[in-house]
Ligand binder design. Structure first.
Ligand code: SF4
Ligand code: SF4
Length: 486
């Protein structure tokens, strides 16, 4: 370090440059530098479909929290909401409590099977049309185009260093930041009552949690959709890695019809496409691709099946007076053997297999949600002391009774002992025939059970079971708890 400081500055600079160069060289040897992409605008049916879907998905994302659902006074009236402070998730009349996380597991299984099902039929349709990364990147690219122009204009702009460039870049980033903040706000609306949060924001009293989360999500949106873009799909998303395992020869994929397109050559001046392929090597399919790949090299992991290259190539085919579909959604079977019977089939063995799993899991979920009990009870025995021997030889155990009232009205419950008949139930502070639990609340009550000495003399194993019943006007629920007598 000392030797480095003693080195004259010009020499230090030269050595530093050499070190930098070596490090750069070392990385370039192993990693190909990723080129910046400038996806070109394209018009076509798929682009219009994507625009419409983006609009629908964004509307769903931003406006769903405004939907109301009346649950009475004791619960929020937001139709879909995750109420973290009260540990509840609401989806219309479905309400999930923390101890019911198995529903979450069911929903995740359902989502995974649905994804496998769709992928086995339509390939990466989720990635190309509905994934958050795709939708938000699409919006960010549209804003980039709005302020900096289309592909060629953006390439030229990046080569210059002038006021126009910085002004346009500033406007682009400002618009990205606005969209990111709106996204963060849209996200936290699922965790707070949207109207109360709006009022708080209006009065400048944003809860710290809401502010933190919305800024965090805004920051992630800005980074992921503004900068990381296709790298998320290529390097970060695990789904891209394993989904080809779900493909078969009858899965719809984006395909370049090599038999028809090759040998490729520049567009013939006389318009004669005899003895050559239909591809005019215009690279329109490449420049519109948001992941920057050439689909003519075959199906690649980077392809998110967005279909923009289909639009681009169809436009070129139109101009050339050739049939559309040189790049299209097709199956491997049909590409290899273009007979009508080899065309994409929606009904195949996998469809029925995944369909059956989806149906069974959905039916089970629906049944368990409909038949969900509105009353839960748990008896937690005292640990210290585990039992108390009373003066008359009887034994007393203490329990903490937790009653979950999962309805939206206050309830009075009565507690009784079912077995053994000889047991005596006592509470020093609560009236066990009228235990009041507020709507959507968990009531905790301390009770004692005493077993008389003569009963214990006949059944003295030191450990047994006692059965409680808790009832309201509509239902009765029974549970068992351990009774320790020595
Ligand atoms: S857009 Fe069509 S014609 Fe142009 S290079 Fe791509 S495949 Fe060939
Ligand atoms: S190759 Fe075509 S479908 Fe695949 S990502 Fe690129 S533009 Fe989209």
């Amino acid at each position: 370090m000392l030797a480095w400081l003693k080195t004259p500055p010009p020499l230090r600079k030269r050595v530093g440059m050499r070190v930098n160069f070596k490090i750069k060289f070392m990385f370039e040897e192993y990693f190909e530098a990723k080129k910046r992409l400038y996806p070109q605008k394209v018009k076509g049916k798929i682009r219009s479909l994507k625009n419409a879907l983006n609009f629908i998905f964004l509307s769903i994302f931003f406006f769903t929290p405004f939907l109301r659902f009346d649950r009475g006074e004791s619960a929020p009236n937001q139709a879909i909401m995750i109420d973290l402070p009260n540990a509840r998730a609401y989806f219309f009349n479905i309400e999930i409590w923390p101890q019911e996380t198995y529903y979450l597991a069911g929903i995740l299984i359902l989502a995974a099977v649905a994804l496998f099902f769709v992928t086995s039929l339509f390939g990466r349709i989720w990635c190309g049309y509905a994934c958050f990364q795709t939708v938000w990147t699409d919006i960010f690219i549209a804003l980039e185009r709005l302020f900096q122009g289309d592909r060629n204009e953006r390439i030229l702009l990046d080569r210059k260093n002038n006021f126009k460039k910085y002004a346009r870049k500033t406007l682009t980033h400002a618009s990205w930041i606005i969209v990111s903040i709106l996204t963060g706000y849209g996200f936290v609306n699922y965790f707070y009552d949207v109207f109360s949060l709006g009022e708080n924001i209006f009065h400048g009293e944003i809860p710290a949690n809401a502010l933190g989360w919305s800024l965090g999500i805004a920051g992630m949106t800005y980074l992921m959709a503004g900068f990381a873009r296709e790298h998320v799909c290529t390097f970060m998303c695990p789904y891209a890695r394993f989904q080809s395992a779900m493909f078969d020869n009858n899965t719809l994929i984006i395909s370049y019809d090599e038999k028809r397109g090759e040998p490729r050559a520049k567009a013939p001046k006389d318009g004669d496409f005899k003895n050559r392929g239909d591809c005019i090597d215009c690279k329109q399919c490449v420049v519109v691709c948001p992941t920057g790949i050439d689909i003519r090299n075959g199906l690649q992991m980077e392809c998110i099946a967005c279909g923009l290259c289909v639009d681009a190539c169809n436009n070129i085919m139109d101009k050339m007076g050739l049939p559309k579909g040189l790049i299209r959604y097709d199956t491997i079977s049909h590409l290899l053997d273009p007979k009508p019977e080899k065309k994409f089939k929606i009904f195949k063995a996998r469809t029925f297999f995944y369909g059956a799993i989806l149906l069974v899991v959905s039916a089970l979920m629906l049944y368990s949600l409909i038949a969900k009990p509105t009353l839960e009870i748990a008896a937690i025995p005292d640990r210290n002391p585990m039992f108390v021997m009373l003066a008359d030889g009887s034994v007393r155990n203490g329990y903490q009774i937790k009653i979950s009232n999962k309805t939206h009205e206050d309830k009075n419950y009565s507690l009784s002992i079912i077995e053994p008949k000889e047991a005596v139930l006592k509470s020093q502070i609560s009236d066990i025939s009228s235990l009041n639990v507020g709507a959507g609340k968990v009531g905790e009550f301390k009770i004692f059970i005493i077993l008389p000495a003569d009963f214990l003399a006949q059944n003295d194993e030191g450990r047994g079971l006692v059965k409680f019943a808790i009832s309201d006007e509509n239902q009765q629920k029974q549970i068992e708890a351990v009774f320790i007598s020595r």
